[in-house]
Design a protein around this ligand. Structure first.
Ligand SMILES: [Zn+2]
Length: 322
């Protein structure tokens, strides 16, 4: 099949968001039962992989770093108020994350912000809470982590986290933290990748963590089961561009962890172009299979299609929303 398990073992890009890709790769559409079996196998593989994958640290500026290799990219702010993490990665990477965090200094872990509810950003919540983190998120993230969550595109049910992993402080639209001399602004996007996504801005350092509204150099997953849509992804990209300058460091949820405004602009323009191609074909009355066969993302596939969401799966995700 096209989805390479070997590639999935690389440090970058292997995440729960990517599991669905396999279900649509290869010979065509799997039945829900086949997709379910496939996803189940891949979730196990994913956990096993996280247990052994290495975690790389990239120092950004001021006292902010990004950790790459445990699901979504994790930002860390250090200082006397304790370590503040943006996303908690995958629980199985605890040993590697513990070491990477210790290497950043002796401050205890004090806060964890979840950019959204997905497993590859929140399954570390339980151990990070046990290590001292107060968990903060948008209220929909708490809701989704508190109940069985069904993702239709994977035909898969995720169980709720144990109580310690559930965010204890939630907000609806905006929330500001002042920690380690840094103003951290949390802002709910209109529904984008899910309807629980938030942006996290480190004001003084001019760093934006865009969560999974931004995938750097690879096609994104869009979770329609919990409120995501292609138009929401485009709106979030516009919102991200509006708050960044050429000096801003942009951290994507997935893909190369240290990005910038011009790469973000390319991502937004790709989303718009593929959406327009697919919407035009759908308007002409083409079926999903005809649209798939027309390869409406072809002009972008060499740059964006080598990640875990392959061109066919991305086409299907866009098709679902236009
Ligand atoms: Zn996600």
């Amino acid at each position: 099949m096209r989805f390479s398990r070997e590639r999935s073992m690389s440090r970058r890009g292997f995440c729960l968001c990517c599991v669905g890709g396999a279900a649509y790769a290869g010979t065509g559409w799997l039945t829900p039962r086949e997709a379910f079996a496939e996803a189940r196998g891949l979730v196990s593989l994913f956990k096993d992989n996280a247990a052994v994958a290495s975690v790389a640290t990239h120092k950004l500026r001021n006292n902010i770093s990004v950790l790459e290799g445990s699901g979504g990219n994790i930002a860390v702010l250090t200082g006397p108020d304790g370590k503040v993490l943006i996303d908690g990665g995958i629980g199985a990477s605890r040993p590697q994350l513990t070491k990477a965090l210790a290497d950043l200094g002796a401050d205890p872990i004090s806060h964890l912000v979840n950019t959204h509810w997905h497993f590859d950003h929140t399954s570390g919540n339980e151990w990070l809470h046990a290590a001292g983190a107060k968990i903060i998120a948008q209220e929909n993230t708490r809701k989704y982590l508190s109940e069985v969550q069904r993702v239709e595109d994977w035909d898969y049910n995720f169980l709720p986290l144990r109580p310690g992993g559930i965010p204890s402080e939630v907000f609806a639209a905006e929330h500001t933290l002042k920690l380690n001399g840094t103003t951290i602004r949390l802002k709910h996007y209109t529904p984008a990748h899910t309807d629980s996504d938030i942006s996290v801005t480190f004001g003084e350092a001019d760093v934006l963590h865009a969560g999974d509204t931004y995938w750097n150099g690879i096609y994104p997953f869009i979770d329609y089961s919990t409120g995501g849509s292609i138009d929401g992804m485009i709106a979030a990209s516009d919102a991200n561009l509006a708050v960044t300058t050429n000096k801003t460091i942009v951290i994507p949820g997935h893909g190369g962890p240290v990005s910038n405004k011009s790469e973000l602009q390319e991502f937004r323009d790709m989303l718009v172009a593929v959406r327009e191609n697919i919407a035009a074909l759908k308007k002409k009355g083409k079926s999903r299979d005809e649209i798939m066969a027309a390869k409406p993302s072809a002009a972008f596939d060499s740059k964006w299609g080598s990640g875990p969401i392959d061109p066919g799966f991305f086409t299907r995700l866009v098709y679902e929303g236009v």
